[in-house]
Ligand binder design. Structure first.
Ligand code: GLP
Length: 260
């Protein structure tokens, strides 16, 4: 049986192409095929590719599939979406550690640019990351959606669709912090940082292609709001509907509230 063919439903909402699979593993394999294809197209065209990676437990299966692809990682520059303010890169919840553990220790990219949440001069760190991003237009962004509908750490109402910055310091809302605690990244709720450095919504939308991977029942409300609500910051992920080359990968669980 060809697992790749197990699409349950495909629909385009505004500009966003939505593909629903039965099982999370099949969803992740298909998302990795899509990302591989876009990376290879960028390399064929320009000789290199710039990619943006999300972190979080929703990305486990996708990154496992991606790291097993035959991709010429020596031609790839890697960026990531966000990092907690003042967290050490060795903390179990650090997104830099996550990337090292889940993909970078398996592949050998040309260059990785880490967003150092614990930089002594946070403003300088963000300005430098912003400049590097401007110099490296992203070919494909691999993102997720949080339980509260955020993309990167742009939480509801904190998100700004017209942000002039590419990277900024944000306050994390209670739902976002609670998700991180419940997933076990921090021993106590109070340990979850209250602030983070994040790419802004315009920085993410500047990417030529966006692949958004969202498994799990826990995300079903955020997915419903992304696709059915108004495009506004009450659900930051709703902005994905305005991107002309974006694809949302769902499993039957995250898609369970959709009525199509
Ligand atoms: C997380 C991370 C992002 C990720 C998103 C969804 O909090 N900060 O990098 O794209 O939110 O991931 P998850 O719900 O798996 O944590």
């Amino acid at each position: 049986m060809n697992l790749k063919k197990q699409i349950r439903k495909e629909i385009t909402i505004d500009h966003l192409n939505v593909v629903i699979y039965e099982q999370p593993k099949v969803m992740a394999d298909n998302a990795s095929d899509f990302v591989e294809k876009n990376i290879k197209e960028a390399i064929n065209k320009s000789g290199f590719a710039n990619i943006l990676l999300a972190t979080g437990s929703s990305q486990f299966l996708f990154l496992e599939a991606l790291r097993n692809k035959e991709i010429d990682w020596k031609k790839i520059t890697v960026f990531h979406l966000d990092e907690y303010k003042d967290i050490s890169p060795n903390h179990p919840a650090s997104f830099r550690k996550y990337l090292k553990d889940r993909i970078l220790s398996f592949v050998n990219p040309k260059k990785v640019y880490f967003l150092n949440g614990d930089a002594a001069d946070c403003e300088k760190e963000m300005k430098e990351y912003e400049q590097i991003l401007i110099n490296h237009p992203i070919d494909i962004a691999c993102i997720g959606i949080g339980e509260n509908g955020h993309i990167a750490f742009n939480d509801p109402y904190e998100a700004d669709f017209n942000d002039r910055d590419q990277v900024k310091l944000v306050n994390l809302d209670e739902a976002c912090r609670r998700q991180q605690f419940t997933e076990g990244w921090f021993p106590y709720f109070d340990d979850v940082p209250r602030q983070a450095l994040t790419l802004t919504i315009p920085a993410i939308l500047n990417s030529k292609v966006i692949s958004c991977v969202v498994p799990d029942q826990r995300k079903s409300k955020a997915v419903y709001d992304t696709l059915n609500g108004k495009i506004n910051t009450s659900c930051p992920a709703s902005i994905l509907r305005t991107h002309s080359r974006s694809r949302l990968f769902l499993d039957q669980f995250s898609a369970s509230r959709l009525d199509f």
